[in-house]
Write a protein that binds this ligand. Sequence first.
Ligand SMILES: O=P(O)(O)OC[C@H]1O[C@H](O)[C@H](O)[C@@H](O)[C@@H]1O
Length: 526
Amino acid sequence: MLNWNNLDTTRAFEELKKAEKVDLTKAMVGESGGERVRKYHVPMSAGLDYNFAAKNVDDNILEKLAALAEEQQLVDKYESLLNGDIINTGEKRHVLHQLTRGQLKGDVIADGVNKRAFYKEQQDHIAAFAKKVYSGEISNEKGEKFTEVVQIGIGGSDLGPRALYIALENWARAHQTLKMRARFISNVDPDDAAAVLNATDLAHALFIVVSKSGTTLETLTNETFVKNALTREGLNPAKHMLAVTSETSPLAKNEGYLAAFFMDDYIGGRYSSSSAVGGAVLSLAFGPEVFAEILDGMHEEDKLALNRNLLENPEMLDALIGVYERNVLGYQTTAVLPYSQALSRFPAHLQQLDMESGGKSVNRFGEPADYPTGPIIFGEPGTNGQHSFYQLLHQGKNIIPMQFVGFRSNQTGMDDVIEGSTSQEKLCANVAAQIVAFACGRDNENPNKRFSGNRPSSIITGDQLTPKSLGALLSHFENKVMFQGFTWNINSFDQEGVQLGKVLAKKVLAHETDGALAEYSKLLNV
Ligand SMILES: O=P(O)(O)OC[C@H]1O[C@H](O)[C@H](O)[C@@H](O)[C@@H]1O
């Protein structure tokens, strides 16, 4: 039997609050700092490694975090999720996204269907479809091959797939496996769709309408927007459009598609990149084999997350250090800072993943959770961020824990030695320097030039951002967020907080407003 207890009722949390704090300005200097970097790391899959030397932890705090993991039964709860228990209490649903990349426990049967078999079948359908597109068996009305793909979707039906596509576009080019260029339309701002359509060769483009619910205003509007543009060009939309949705959604009943691929209600939008939501666009763009490698990386990392030893479970450790920062040290924000231009949209994806999952004020039974839960997430790739908001990270009044990501090699192989070092070396030198500058700080008689230090960060390192390491990275964060939710005893798998605004927007469009809503509507001419 699992205990679902609030964090502030646990003994381990009390112990953690009492434990002596670690001051990085002492711990990270000199040889003891070097020793921490060598000691405080956990291997991940796909050659990645999670290093937490520059976090405010030591053996004593790690021991207490391990006790918290046990008391909150984090791995047992993960196993229960994998076994198909109803973990999403708010919506009374299973949580099955890990099953899209492999099966770690017994068969999960839901609505009379073996869910692993269902997800695999969808992947196979997508792979078969992609091969027909490449061969020209599926072509446009003139019998010409499709060369581009455009995804229409928003939130989880956009951010993850888009972040993954951008992450691998240059890698795929360098490996001659960029089969079709992909673009994305998400915003209901007509200028978003217009910009993408203007840059797209419509006659040779496939459009994938992606909506789990099949009811999202932005996506349905953009679908019609695109259909109108195709019709104006004399093209038949039904010969250019695919759908990815759940079998019960209104989109599933629509005839106007070349093909439809399915996911279901047991996969939250922000966890859906490994389902058909990401599978269709990524398989078409890079080939199904590349998508399968992403899934492999995810599955390997999902497996690591089952390890009961905290120091061998990078997801659980990252999660609990985050809880320590949020609930003991009182830090409100986490910055995600990949030193990789390819990961430029990864922070945006993690914002949805983390903030829709952790942004809760009640526990999984709807009772108050009287302690801070999910942090504010933001981020940009380095080194760009260094020339923008790092000033506040170094000297501002808020301490913002940081999550760096860095790779030893770049993706394209194109690099030059300039002034004694390559660009990749300059990139890597900067991330190393930042970690130490944040942790150790620097004294100066001029207060304006003083760095107080003790600003914690971790780094995930790897050889190169490949489909497999990208998959491992994504699964790391998905599972980190899940473990944090278990620790806080919240439901990480619903998002009721997005509903109210949608309801009011409908009222505005139906002209059923009064008071402030009426005045704002006037102000915006709607
Ligand atoms: O895939 P859809 O059903 O169109 O949903 C798209 C998005 O919209 C909602 O507002 C939710 O906040 C997101 O979690 C979801 O990913």
